[in-house]
Design a protein around this ligand. Structure first.
Ligand SMILES: Cc1ncc(COP(=O)(O)O)c(C=O)c1O
Length: 635
């Protein structure tokens, strides 16, 4: 048997590269999470999940690690502090967390709490987000930046909020919005605190590149910016424009794209300053990416720079342009969302079944009587018997052709179901044998490179892709996925992961591997009765709020965990996932009403003696239990 250690598993799943020091494999062969990068302290995820199940918190479970959140905030702020020291930058840096990336109350609460010492603010883009941010800013010294389209009520609320002591900057996205702000400012007599978002010609990369460039949805074009400055001058508001904002897209994979945007944005800032606009802040938006696949490349699920490089480039470029232009350096703001929250949450779920567990009947006996086999099946049998390294390619092609032939013969009525099953079974055996040879070949012949895909097996996991990892479905985003246990053993199955929705799209077939993206996930053969858990990592950004209720699978259970030296971990909060009645309520069904209607109808059936009242009441009990229980699968 091939020697295998946790080091091999580390490589296969690339955990050291995407884990950022927060995730690793322990000596038991379990995945663990560290409260800070590479800390000697760790929480064993497999043990944690077992503990939670004993507490009746069932998978799928979303684990939110608050120490990781804190660690990411600290890392970003430390990188900017170091860059400011290194380049002797005369102004400061502040993060504004864009709450659209994860609006969960406890999460934003934790960010504002940990972020106090870094003066973290919040960025909002809608009325509900503004109300949420106001709830955090009440009684606290918390700044808010308001982007997104705004109507009169929205603007008036912000004006009054500022009047009574909140600190909210209205970022003007469109000229007509500025007209509204000016009119409302005149009407209320309240002077606004303003920012302007500008469209840069610089673009980001990858999926969100269209957030930048002159066709971007938000922001003022340069000609509009000049018109806005005139409008503001005429209304004596130039001094009240404190902030210039741009955003060229999320997950910017290449550092040179960021540099280009910084140079252009800083030049606009400097010119505006010279025109008498009272700017103090340069808000460079989001875009600081994370390395989902650990490849440190410019592939869209990775980034070719570190947080430190990002901070250095931002500070250096802004200073360079401002010094050259002879204007004061601005306080720098970044609206980093993904980089703060991506790592902190992990979805854990159990494998319900695999298409290997339902073992096929053993046909070995049948093969002993080869003369009784149909000609097509016999030919497959001959290939299986004679296959070797030299006949590999030919045998592979012949097998594919014979399986097709078996299907056609079956459709024409010349092959029975039993023979078709034999053909399928033999094909699988041939592929396993070929794979054994291919694995040892160096280099692998081109047409056999994708061969292993024939052997992929589906593992059915207890989750909804649409609810928990929607970007995997919507934009083919890669997320690290790996088993939580048995990592000292070689994973011997090449798997894809299917969810429990009735949708063939509910399947993950791209994974993070040792050398980048792979088309299968190595997993272990699940023993009968074994609890086998897998984790979806780095899903803290955007996934929780973008998730939808396909098939009415609702929110998963969520547990907030902090590291604790004495007890290893502490559960800070348990947020129960949706019960069936809650999922139904979203689509206007009422649980009690359903029960009443069913009960009434069944009474009538009992009266006709078609069913007994014991049977009907048991059915009602089952229905009631279902309404109250988790939408995901149990035993
Ligand atoms: C205006 C604005 N700020 C900040 C962000 C957050 O970006 P990221 O999550 O890449 O940091 C976004 C997201 O696209 C955005 O539109």
């Amino acid at each position: 048997m091939e020697r295998w250690s946790i080091k091999n598993s580390g490589k296969v799943y690339n955990i050291d590269n995407w884990g950022n020091g927060f995730f690793s494999i322990n000596r038991k062969g379990h995945v663990c999470v560290h409260p800070s990068p590479n800390s000697k302290y760790a929480i064993d995820l497999r043990t944690l999940v077992e503990d939670l199940i004993k507490r009746k918190i069932k998978p799928p479970i979303l684990l939110r690690f608050m120490d990781v959140l804190q660690g990411r905030i600290a890392a970003i702020n430390r990188a900017f502090k170091n860059a400011i020291d290194e380049y002797d930058y005369p102004a400061g840096y502040q993060t504004f967390f864009p709450i659209k990336v994860n609006q969960q109350r406890q999460v934003v609460e934790a960010i504002t709490e940990f972020g106090k010492k870094h003066k973290i603010g919040l960025e909002v883009g809608s009325k509900p987000e503004l109300v949420a941010a106001i709830s955090f800013a009440t009684g606290k010294d918390l700044q808010i930046i308001c982007n997104g389209y705004k109507d009169n009520d929205f603007i008036e609320t912000i004006l009054y909020a500022n009047k009574i002591g909140y600190d909210i900057t209205i970022v003007v996205e469109k000229l007509f919005e500025l007209e509204k702000v000016i009119a409302l400012s005149k009407k209320t007599g309240i002077v606004p605190k303003l920012g302007i978002r500008v469209k840069l010609s610089a673009k980001g990369t990858g999926k969100w590149a269209t957030s930048g460039g002159s066709d971007a949805k938000f922001g003022l074009k340069i000609s509009e910016l000049l018109a806005a400055i005139e409008m503001l001058r005429e209304n004596n508001l130039l001094d009240h424009v404190q902030l210039l904002h741009f955003h060229i897209g999320s997950q910017i994979t290449k550092i040179d794209k960021i540099k280009n945007a910084l140079i252009e944005g800083s030049r606009i800032y400097a010119e505006m300053h010279k025109m008498g606009v009272g700017l103090e802040y340069l808000d460079i938006g989001g875009g600081l990416g994370v390395d989902y696949d650990g490849s440190k490349s410019s592939y869209f699920s990775s980034v070719n720079y570190s947080i430190e490089e990002y901070a250095n480039d931002v500070v250096y470029q802004v200073k360079n342009v401002c010094v050259e232009a002879g204007v004061p350096c601005p306080k720098i703001i970044s609206e980093s969302g993904r980089a703060i929250v991506a790592h902190y949450s992990v979805l854990i779920t159990n494998i319900l079944n695999t298409n290997t567990q339902n073992a096929l009947p053993d046909y070995d006996d049948v093969l002993e009587e080869a003369e009784k086999l149909s000609p097509t099946v016999r030919k497959l049998h001959d290939i299986y018997e004679s296959l070797d390294r030299h006949s590999l390619r030919e045998d592979y092609h012949d097998t594919l052709q014979l399986v097709q032939e078996a299907d056609s013969l079956f459709n024409l009525g010349y092959l029975n179901l039993h023979d078709r099953a034999l053909a399928e079974w033999l094909c699988n055996k041939i592929f396993i044998r070929i794979n054994g040879i291919v694995e040892r070949m160096q280099p692998v012949p081109e047409e056999l490179q994708n061969f292993q895909l024939n052997l992929r097996q589906t593992y059915f996991a207890n989750f909804s892709l649409f609810q928990s990892v929607p970007d995997s479905w919507a934009i083919d985003q890669l997320f690290p996925i790996m088993p939580l246990q048995r990592l000292a053993q070689k994973p011997d199955v090449m798997a894809t992961i299917a969810d429990i929705t009735c949708d063939s799209d509910g399947e993950v077939s791209s994974f993070v591997g040792e050398k980048g993206k792979t088309k299968f996930l190595p997993l272990h053969k699940v023993q009968s009765g074994e609890d086998y858990f897998i984790g979806f990592f780095m899903i803290g950004a955007y996934q929780e709020i973008l998730g939808d209720m396909h098939n009415l699978f609702g929110d998963t259970n969520a547990v907030h965990i902090t590291f604790n030296k004495k007890t290893n971990y502490k559960i800070d909060a348990v947020i129960h996932g949706d019960a069936t009645w809650e999922s139904l309520k979203y689509v206007q069904y009422k649980g009690p009403e359903i029960l009443k209607n069913v009960r009434d109808a069944l009474e009538k059936r009992v009266a006709t003696r078609k069913v007994s009242f014991e049977e009907t009441s048991h059915f009602i009990e089952l229905l009631d239990k279902m309404l109250l229980s988790y939408t995901y699968l149990g035993e």
